[in-house]
Design a protein. Structure first.
Length: 310
């Protein structure tokens, strides 16, 4: 099987001045993930490697540099899913984990459960070899200032100059035909403490089924949850006939692209909000769609070159 990789760094109103940072981050994530896959490594290692790069990059709303919640704390969510077994590992509202995707992977591989939250997730981290960090290590001055402005005034995108959003995700198909997907986020800015969005929820922010494809979503979590968008995409990949009601002038688009377009169209019409998604179908063909001004994403062409947006 020819390996394949697609990654994203969020669908939002990326201003011109943030475009280069987003592109650079996406390139680094593709290099990290593709380095694993091209060497015959596992799709799960590739998803983890790509997402760790994006979590460590302050240009994105995941790991370091994430948005603060209403209490001025960073609470992180992540999920990793195995398309062969349909097992997922997810964590939510963790405050002392530098790379939540690593912890999500541990839950996937080592826990009988699918999702752990808050203190329990952090306890699982320490019991499974992940060192906890200080919550302050995840907070940048930039985000603290944005949070203060939002408190004094009202929450506003303009206060978050460099990234108003920026959830990250990856989908990888490895040479052995194994398909994995993952998503990681700091969530929405000024969210209520304990709020969990779509990102770590199986079927909402992420889904992978080796029989059909893998998906990672981004955008307004409460809307994505309403339409269970990642599962919707995978179901449409399985049954392209079901696409008919959503299909609009798909022209020469691949089924994957028609599916991605249909999902964001439904998000707009049924949930009345914006977002985006990336996917690989079971053969590894990539597609991406979004209804925001821009989305940061990239994938590896069959030639091995990278296509990067915006
Ligand atoms: N979907 C994320 C959330 O609602 C935010 C985003 O993708 O920008 O937490």
């Amino acid at each position: 099987m020819k390996p394949s990789l697609i990654v994203h760094g969020g669908a939002w109103n990326i201003p011109d001045e943030a475009v280069e940072d987003c592109r650079a981050g996406i390139r680094k994530a593709l290099e990290a993930g593709w380095g694993v896959l091209a060497g015959g490594g596992s799709g799960l290692d590739a998803v983890e490697a790509a997402i760790v790069v994006l979590e460590d990059d302050a240009a994105f709303d995941a790991g370091i540099g994430s948005h603060l919640n209403r209490d001025g704390r960073v609470q992180l969510d992540a999920i990793a899913m195995d398309g062969a077994t349909l097992k997922a590992g997810a964590v939510a509202a963790v405050e002392r984990v530098r790379n939540p995707i690593r912890l999500a992977r541990r839950v996937l591989e080592k826990s009988e459960h699918m999702m752990l939250v808050g203190a329990g997730a952090e306890q699982f981290a320490t019991e499974n070899g992940i060192t906890l960090c200080s919550p302050d290590e995840l907070i940048l001055d930039r985000e603290r200032s944005a949070w203060r402005l939002c408190l004094e005034d009202a929450h506003a995108a303009e206060h978050h100059v460099s990234h108003e959003a920026g959830t990250v995700g990856a989908v990888a198909l490895d040479a052995a035909g194994r398909l994995f997907a993952g998503t990681s986020t700091g969530g929405t800015c000024c969210k209520f403490p304990g709020r969990v969005g779509d990102s770590p929820l199986i079927g909402c922010g992420c889904y992978a089924d080796a029989e059909t494809g893998g998906v990672s979503c981004t955008g307004h979590g409460e809307g994505i949850m309403k339409i269970v968008m990642a599962k919707m995409a995978v179901d449409l990949l399985r049954d392209p006939n079901a696409l008919a009601p959503y299909r609009k002038d798909a022209g020469g688009a691949t089924i994957g692209q028609a599916v991605a377009d249909a999902c964001v169209r439904k998000l707009a019409h049924r949930a009345r909000t914006t977002g985006g998604l990336i996917l690989l179908d079971r053969e590894g063909r990539p597609a991406a769609a979004f209804t925001t001004r821009r989305m940061a994403y990239g994938f590896v062409e069959p030639s091995g070159s990278f296509t990067i947006a915006p």
